[in-house]
Every structure is written in C-alpha cells, then in structure tokens.
Design a protein around this ligand. Structure first.
Ligand code: SF4
Length: 386
C-alpha cells in the first residue's frame, strides 16, 4: 500500500512520523502549485468549496506519482466536508484512476471509528490496541509540540531584532522535533526547541500591532493559499495569534491545547453573536474574534474559502461584532482567482487603520476580560514563548 494524505500546514511532518512508526509506505503529496489548482478546478463542480478543488488536484498529482491509497478526513454535521471524501473518490474513479480511498473521522469525534479506519491500513503487528494507543498518544503529543513552535514563531516574528532569526529557529525546531520518537525524546525536543527560540534576539521595545488570525483551517494553515500571511504580517511588525491548529482539531475532548481556550469557552464567547454550531470552524471564528477583541488586539484577519458556508455565516456576524466590539476585522475570501497583490493591498489598509487607531489611543478590548458572561480568559500571547 502506498499511502497519500492531503497537504495542510505541518500535516506532512505528522504523517511522515505516523508512517515511520507504523511501517507504512507513504508518498508525500506535492506542494500546492498553480498546476494543482488548475487540475482540481477543472474536475470539481464549480460551486464546490475551494479546499475540495485544491485537494482533488493534489490527489491527481500524488496518484500519478505512484500512490494507491488516499486517506481523507471524514465528518458529519452542517458542513459539506463530511461528503467530500466520497465526492472526490467518485470524481477520481470517473477519471479512470484506480485506488483505495480511506475516509477517517477525527479521533476527537469517535476514537472507535478512527481505530476501525486505521486497522484497515496498518500492518498487523501494530493493530493491537495497546501498541496503537501508545504510539498514537506519542504522535498526538508531537503534533502539539509542532503547533506550539508555530505559535511561538507567530508571537515573536514581529519583534525579532535580526530578520530571519525566528524562521531559522522554527526550521531548526521542526527538524529537532521530527527526529524525536519516544515520549522522553519528544519532551527533550520541546525543551531544545524552546532554547532555540530563547536564543532569538528580540527588540521588545518595538512598537507592534497584535493581530488575530481566524477562519477556515485549510486556508489559514496553508501558506500557498493565504500568500504566507503569517510571515507577511510578522515582517510588518505584527504579533500574530491564530485560532486554529491541527492539534486542536484532533485532540480528544475539545481542549484546544494550543489555542488555549476549550470548546466551552469558545462557545460562550461566541454566544452573544452566534449561539449554535454552523459546521467547519464557523463558531470558533466568532468565539476567537470575541476573545481577541476582549484581549485588546488591534485587528482580526478572517480567511475563508469562496463558498464556505460556515465562514460565510461567520462573516455576516463579524461585521456586527466589528462595530460592537470596536475592532477592525478584514474578511478575505480566497479561491483560484484570488491574486496576491489584491490581498496584500487590503492587508496594508487594515494595518494602516490599526496603526492610526493605536495613535489615537483607540484599541479594542473595551470590556474587561473574564468579567463577561462568566467565561474567563487571560492574555496568553507571549506566555508560550517566555
Ligand atoms: S469548512 Fe467550508 S470550505 Fe471546508 S468543507 Fe466545510 S464548507 Fe467547505
């Protein structure tokens, strides 16, 4: 079996680790490119969400590179995501590809279904539940550490005294964490990564903006599609915090270990504006925006794929939140037609607005954090990095 998994943020690092642990033959999905998008857009229904098209294009590329088993996330609820694995399978079969498609639910949705799915691709010696659980727990702790170092990089890039120092600490850390295998080695790797970040020269007195990044996970995490927004903002003096990371979505129990606010807190924060699940990351987008506003962030950037239903609902709510919570929010809808120049021009305008509000002494966070509606949060922007 030659397995391939869709690309998204640091997911390839995690899948590589899983494949090593379980002795699976894994073919890495090629990096996204114009060609990937062209293929996906040509095959997918016009009004399918953009991530479906992008992943479909990359599935074609990886099947042509020799993969014979595709693993796709499953799900249920109001969002279309749950049906995408099946839709992609049928399109690819119609195009004449022969392969096996495995649709895996997140372990945070159902550990049992996740286990059943894994059993069908794992070599027999790894299928015994105790071995499987031990290795999966190690992978999970590694996923959290991969995401933590990204969070540190986001918090520090806007303050680095030497351009590129944060990026090289991030690269080193990824390599160090990637090599760790046992639980002890993963803990040591985290410590070593932390010392790399401690060694980054910072200009803590530099005036900077605090920007929250929210939205649909694929667009938020995939730099090819968001035009590497995290680095772009960091290089312009923004300290960035984002609401989604891979570990938060797979962590059983909805604790969101990296974002730091569990599902209950997020739902309470969102409740004045959106009081129920709308699928995807819609509720998280609204809840996280409230949290950022109450913590005194200067602006929020909302990234959504064109035709994403949960984020379109969130976008409608964000317009009201922006005026009630007094925080600038920029929603950027991304699809195959979106150009870098247009996105960056709008981001520049957002930063100009945020700086001018700062000069006038006007930032968000007019209500005290922790005093509203019984939910309690605290400023963790730098906590992880210090
Ligand atoms: S979250 Fe949005 S983009 Fe993702 S599958 Fe659902 S509707 Fe589509």
């Amino acid at each position: 079996m030659k397995i391939a998994v869709p690309r998204m943020g640091n997911l390839p690092l995690i899948i590589r680790d899983l494949a090593n642990r379980f002795g699976l033959e894994y073919i890495e999905t090629p990096s996204f490119s114009e060609r990937t998008v062209e293929i996906g857009a040509a095959l997918a229904p016009e009004f399918a969400c953009f991530p479906l098209k992008a992943v479909l294009g990359s599935f074609v590329q990886v099947l042509e590179a020799g993969a014979d088993t595709l693993v796709m996330g499953g799900g249920h609820g109001p969002c279309r995501f749950g049906s995408y694995g099946e839709v992609q399978k049928r399109i690819l079969e119609r195009e004449g590809y022969s392969f096996k498609m495995l649709i895996l639910d997140s372990p945070s949705t159902s550990l049992k279904d996740f286990h059943e799915g894994l059993r069908s691709i794992l070599p027999r010696q790894h299928v015994r539940l105790p071995v499987l659980l031990r290795e999966l727990l190690r992978v999970l702790s590694k996923v959290v550490v991969f995401d933590e170092v990204e969070k540190w990089a986001l918090a520090l890039r806007g303050l680095e005294a030497e351009p590129g120092a944060v990026d090289s600490a991030l690269e080193d850390s990824r390599e160090i964490i990637g090599r760790a295998f046992s639980s002890k080695e993963i803990k040591e790797a985290r410590r070593e990564a932390q010392s790399r970040f401690d060694g980054v020269p910072l200009d803590r007195e530099r005036a900077h903006l605090k920007v929250g990044l929210v939205g649909e996970i694929f667009i938020v995490l995939e730099p090819y599609f968001n035009f590497d927004i995290e680095s772009w903002l960091g290089r312009r003096g923004a300290v960035v915090e984002r609401s989604v990371s891979i570990s938060d979505t797979v962590y059983p129990g909805g604790r969101n270990p990296v974002f730091g606010y569990n599902d209950r807190i997020v739902a309470k924060a969102a409740a004045p504006y959106l009081s129920h699940e709308v699928g995807g990351d819609g509720l998280l987008t609204v809840g996280a925006t409230t949290i950022y506003a109450r913590r005194g962030f200067d602006a929020v950037v909302h990234l959504l794929p064109f035709t994403c239903m949960p984020e379109v609902i969130a976008k409608g709510v964000l317009a009201r939140m922006s005026s009630e919570l007094d925080i600038p929010v920029l929603s950027l809808s991304i699809d195959e037609q979106t150009g870098r120049a247009g996105v960056q021009t709008r981001l520049e305008a957002l930063l100009d607005l945020a700086w001018s509000r700062r000069r006038k002494g006007r930032t968000a966070g007019t209500a005290a954090v922790g005093e509203e509606g019984g939910w309690k949060v605290e400023d963790k922007t730098f906590k992880a990095a210090q």
